[in-house]
Write a new protein. Structure first.
Length: 492
């Protein structure tokens, strides 16, 4: 009730104009533009700042002195919401636009219907909203509320608690004003997890009543209309998801606390050099409209420049700077390797230890030509076991050879990939024999023996393969490797 008391005590002190705030640079004009309908909102599920400072009030809990601003949307300009208490006649919503109405409890009209009574702050005129049907108690617990009214109590509390403070951006889509008199705006792209300062707070829309304007370190201003307590927002809880998620307070902003800063568990990773072991999607952080999701190839080297825990999840947003180009990316990862039903590898695709390796030594010891082959999924002579695994993955089976060498065997759709390693663990050759299309299930014996020793002679072609294999073995014994390719092998 502390927030309600604060709102009531300042009801007459705040003029309607004081609630209208704009991002800098927008020019004041005389042109009147229809109010733009900002989609429906999402409910904020705060467990700290929000829950401690903002209370949701259903109609049953409204008390005298609560104040609202009339912000009609397109439908409200056709169907009037209020009636003049003196005459009983409907009042056009456009006439009351941006007027502050003070709640004066509810009564029962001569027709037996419940009325929500209000006084206009500017001229002290009386208005009422007549409930569509049923008694007050039947209606007051619903989420529908009184149309056109944006709850100003949340705006007052947000001003008291947030003005001048630093927040963290949790979305990438925000707005800038394009007209002073209307609610026209344009969308802008903003970096996620960036520190910004609150420079103004005013009224937004009925669905998202609190307009928070922030500025980044370069002075660029942008805003988001958010629902905090969601009092009279007219939104169901399930409407605060997907595109509307950013209109919940925690969907666009977060206060800086010990939980939002990098914990000691993650501090050890800051500034470290890592490389991608697999191709993965990341979001560019170039600012402006450059933010987009891109595919980053294997063996790309980064420096960890930022880590921000994602609220109510086990994920952390990494800010990564590519060491070779200086490009900046963000990537949500988890340091908890758990299984998730429906995922091929559980959370492995987002698991930090799966995606990244530490250090730059692996990069420096890998030639540019080898890095290219790894990124393209090809094998080449001279590669190490680790490089082969990054290029084509873990083998389906392994086999020892009499001369101390060994093979990794990969099963492909129409062929096999057989990679032979020397005693020192370097690739000395590989083969890609085709699988027998008519007897593919019998091309390798039941024990999964390696391809070179396991293909059965079922045709002249198979016999020729065995003959070539015998010739290859003799050549290897003489120190030659003519039966193995010395060029790159396709992963496919």
């Amino acid at each position: 009730m502390a927030g309600l008391a604060f709102a009531a005590s300042t009801a007459m002190a705040q003029s309607a104009d004081s609630y209208i705030v704009k991002t800098k640079g927008v020019k004041k004009t005389e042109a009147k533009v229809a109010v733009k309908n900002t989609a429906n909102a999402e409910e904020a599920r705060g467990t700290d700042f929000v829950s401690q400072n903002f209370t949701y009030y259903n109609l049953c809990d409204w008390q005298d002195g609560m104040k609202f601003m009339v912000l009609p949307e397109k439908y409200d300009l056709i169907v009037n919401t209020f009636r003049d208490a003196g005459t009983g006649k409907e009042v056009p919503s456009g006439k009351l636009r941006r007027q502050i109405l003070i709640y004066n409890n509810h009564t029962i009209g001569a027709n037996g219907r419940a009325r929500m009574n209000f006084t206009c702050q500017e001229d002290n005129k009386k208005y009422y909203f007549e409930l569509p049907n049923g008694g007050f108690e039947d209606y007051c617990y619903s989420k529908t509320g009184v149309p056109t009214l944006a709850y100003l109590g949340d705006v007052d509390i947000a001003r008291e608690k947030l003005m001048g403070h630093t927040l963290i951006t949790r979305a990438t889509d925000y707005c800038v004003d394009t007209d002073y008199e209307s609610d026209s705006y344009e969308n802008v792209k903003v970096e996620k997890n960036m520190e910004v300062k609150v420079v103004a707070i005013g009224v937004g829309t009925r669905s998202f009543p609190v307009k928070i304007i922030v500025a980044d370190k370069k002075g660029n201003e942008f805003y988001q209309n958010v629902a905090i307590s969601k009092t009279n927002s007219g939104m169901r809880d399930d409407e605060f998801d997907l595109d509307n998620a950013k209109h919940a307070f925690y969907g666009s902003f977060d206060v800086i606390t010990a939980q939002t800063k990098v914990s000691t568990d993650y501090a050890q990773y800051m500034g470290k050099t890592i490389y991608s072991k697999y191709a993965t999607s990341m979001t560019t952080k170039g600012g402006g409209k450059d933010n987009r999701v891109v595919k980053v190839p294997k063996l790309t080297e980064f420096r960890i420049d930022g880590m921000a825990p994602v609220r109510n999840t086990n994920y952390v947003t990494l800010t990564l700077t590519e060491t070779e180009t200086g490009r900046i990316y963000s990537k949500d990862v988890t340091f908890t390797n758990e299984s998730v039903t429906g995922d091929i590898d559980g959370q492995r695709e987002d698991y930090f230890g799966y995606l990244f390796g530490f250090g730059e030594g692996k990069m420096r010891n890998t030639s540019a030509a080898t890095r290219t082959m790894i990124r393209e999924g090809r094998v080449g002579v001279g590669m190490t076991e680790e490089e082969v695994e990054m290029a084509v993955g873990e083998p389906d089976s392994k086999a020892e050879l009499p001369n101390g060498r060994y093979q990794w065997i990969y099963k492909r759709t129409k062929s096999w990939l057989v990679v032979e390693f020397s005693k020192s663990g370097k690739v000395v050759g590989y083969k890609t024999p085709r699988r027998n299309e008519t007897t593919s299930n019998s091309s390798v014996n039941a024990e999964g023996e390696h391809i070179l020793g396991g293909i059965r002679a079922t045709s002249t072609r198979a016999a020729a393969m065995r003959a070539a294999e015998t010739s290859a073995a003799a050549a290897r014994a003489a120190g030659a490797h003519s039966s193995y390719s010395s060029g790159p092998s396709s992963r496919r």
